[in-house]
Design a protein around this ligand. Structure first.
Ligand code: ATP
Length: 576
């Protein structure tokens, strides 16, 4: 099946294109202004637009206005529906739909019954999830059209890496019914990487990137190899337990208990649907405030039994009570790296994307998992980080601008190769050089997972000059672990720490084990089989040899070696 949209879309010259991220919790739209992607605010001024529709007296509301109706009008409000597109009822998880319109089985698909027309006598309508998606997308397109002052015709939309062909087809059809041509569906992690790589200051270099897409109802982690601007997705993991709503739940439970403690005999606000909805909305607002400040307030009028409730919480306390969720996210990221057959030491960058990525503790924890050289791109750890809530839409808008001039039928052909499935080398290819101690070491020239054809060049120093033998070999990495010398004093302090933790059930310390002497882990290259040898004669003392390795699309290898500034050189070809 093709990822591109209706083939009878507008002519390329007549397109106005946007990037869309269409999430279960929120959606965003972005547009390119002077080659820079910008996330557009809708008519309410929102850039993160809740993916919710609500009907009151036949009037349709969407976004934040619809979200507010979860308290007073939940049965006519549809939320958390994106993941139901293209799925059968028995395959969906309706956990998040308890507090709004319930999904129901409707032939091959899922539907919602809501009263979307005015008048007492009007019957409720049964809307297939595709119709709900179409109505919602229509609102996004109309917001973008109004903002840009011209009719939006086409879009690139981001999707999770585990969307199957049926889900993709359902999304493209829902968009087409909203009069929106889908130029391409691109995967969320690739959109995030594109948004970073498009910055003027970005260096397009070979690197391994972990993209943690942490949303409201799901967390998806991908390990991506970026080799010369080509992206290969090495591994993905998905989780539906540790995400934003799990953090809301922690705060809901905390404030519900706090309320009952301070108002003895009062009802539990979690036992009444309306009170629960109020508790949920305010807990989410408090959670967001805790990403910015060290303290946040919580305040709800008539939380239960007509009693108003106001309280506060500090970040440390929040981080303690939410610890299980944060630890779940750590494990998820670690499992993705492992699934890619890599070690944390192999990772150059971690991009945090999605609303939950604003949480400082999550970014700090990942900083503790990865070595210091790994950049953690999140607002709490890097001032240059892009707003994680905007990454997806920005990446989609960039991709849209790249492909908007193609005819619809050419888009698949011309753009798919940029992302994955191109042939790539399995092992690194490099040269053997001598280190300061005179030992042979492997210098990688072509990194593993590099998409081919590829050409890379290095300079190898020849301190002694004379006749220099260049050996081109394959390389693999392994992790060398050096155990620390045991220190008596450190052990005592650790014992004291364990006792401390025992006397309180809520340990308020931050949870990095700073006192613990960590074993040293480093990535070391292992020299593999020899591919070629080249001898250069009469190299100057202290000179440099330039080695270029070109890997063809048939995995054949061409090696050239020459003295930098010298004359001549050698060249050899190896077939795969
Ligand atoms: P999903 O599809 O997983 O439901 P999404 O991609 O539609 O999610 P996002 O906007 O990426 O939605 O993430 C929504 C989650 O991010 C919500 O749980 C929201 O409370 C949370 N969130 C948004 N802003 C912040 C913030 N500043 N601090 C902490 N959490 C935030």
């Amino acid at each position: 099946m093709s990822d591109s949209g209706a083939k009878s879309g507008p002519e390329p010259s007549e397109r106005t294109t946007i990037g869309i991220t269409f999430g279960n919790s929120n959606s965003s739209i972005a547009y390119l202004v002077d080659d820079k992607p910008e996330v557009i605010a809708n008519e309410d001024g929102d850039r993160q637009i809740p993916t919710i529709l609500s009907y009151v007296d036949g009037e349709e509301y969407y976004g934040q206005q619809a979200k507010n109706f979860l308290v007073r009008n939940p049965q006519n409000t549809v939320a958390y529906f994106r993941d139901f597109l293209g799925k059968e009822f028995k395959a969906i998880d309706p956990t998040h739909n308890h507090a709004s319109s319930h999904p129901q089985e409707s032939g091959e698909t899922v539907s919602f019954t809501i009263k979307d027309k005015a008048g007492e006598e009007e019957a409720a309508s049964t809307l297939a999830v595709s119709e709900v998606a179409t109505r919602y997308l229509r609102r996004l397109v109309s917001a973008a059209t109004e903002y840009l002052g011209k009719k939006v015709t086409s879009a690139v939309i981001t999707i999770p890496t585990n969307f199957n062909d049926k889900q993709k087809a359902a999304l493209v059809a829902a968009a087409a019914a909203a009069d929106l041509e889908v130029l391409q569906l691109i995967s969320e992690p690739v959109a995030a990487v594109l948004a970073y790589d498009a910055r003027p200051e970005a260096k397009i270099e070979d690197k391994v990137i972990v993209v943690a897409e942490l949303g409201g109802t799901r967390s998806d982690v991908a390990v991506v190899a970026s080799r010369g601007g080509m992206y290969t997705v090495l591994a993905t993991v998905h989780d539906y337990e540790f995400a934003g709503v799990a953090l809301d739940k922690v705060l809901m439970d905390h404030f519900a208990k706090d309320f009952m403690k301070k108002n003895s005999g009062a009802a539990d606000p979690r036992e009444n649907a309306r009170n629960l909805a109020k508790l949920r909305l305010e807990a989410e607002a408090t959670k967001r405030a805790l990403s910015l400040g060290a303290n946040a307030s919580f305040s709800v009028e008539s939380l239960a039994d007509g009693i108003d409730f106001a309280s506060t919480i500090n970040r440390l306390r929040y981080e303690t009570i939410a610890r299980a969720v944060f630890e779940g996210l750590n494990r998820l990221v670690e499992s993705a790296v492992k699934k890619a057959g890599l070690d944390v030491l192999d990772v150059d960058e971690v991009i945090l994307s999605g609303g939950t990525s604003h949480t400082p503790r999550i970014a700090a924890n990942l900083g503790n998992i990865f070595p210091q050289k790994t950049r953690i791109l999140a607002p709490a750890t890097d001032v240059t980080a892009i707003n994680p809530s905007e990454l997806q839409a920005r990446g989609a808008a960039l991709q849209a601008s790249l492909i908007q001039d193609y005819e619809a039928e050419d888009i698949d052909q011309s753009t798919h190769a940029a992302v994955t499935t191109v042939p790539h080398v399995a092992n690194a290819i490099g040269v053997i050089s001598l280190n300061e101690a005179g030992e042979e070491v492997f210098v990688p020239v072509v990194q593993p997972e590099t998409a081919v054809p590829a050409r890379r060049t290095v300079h190898v120093s020849a301190p002694n000059g004379g006749d220099v033998l260049i050996k081109v070999v394959e390389g693999n990495t392994h992790i060398k672990v050096t155990k620390p010398e045991p220190k008596v004093k450190e052990d005592e302090s650790k014992a004291a720490k364990v006792e401390d933790a025992d006397d309180s059930d809520e340990d308020d310390s931050d949870f990095s084990d700073e006192e613990e002497e960590e074993e040293k882990r480093e990535k070391v290259w292992k020299i593999g089989s020899t591919l070629a040898e080249a001898a250069l004669k009469g190299v100057k003392k202290g000179g440099k040899v330039e080695v270029s390795i070109t890997v063809g699309s048939d995995l054949s290898v061409i090696v050239t070696a020459r003295e930098v500034g010298g004359k001549g050189g050698v060249r050899g070809t190896l077939t795969s």
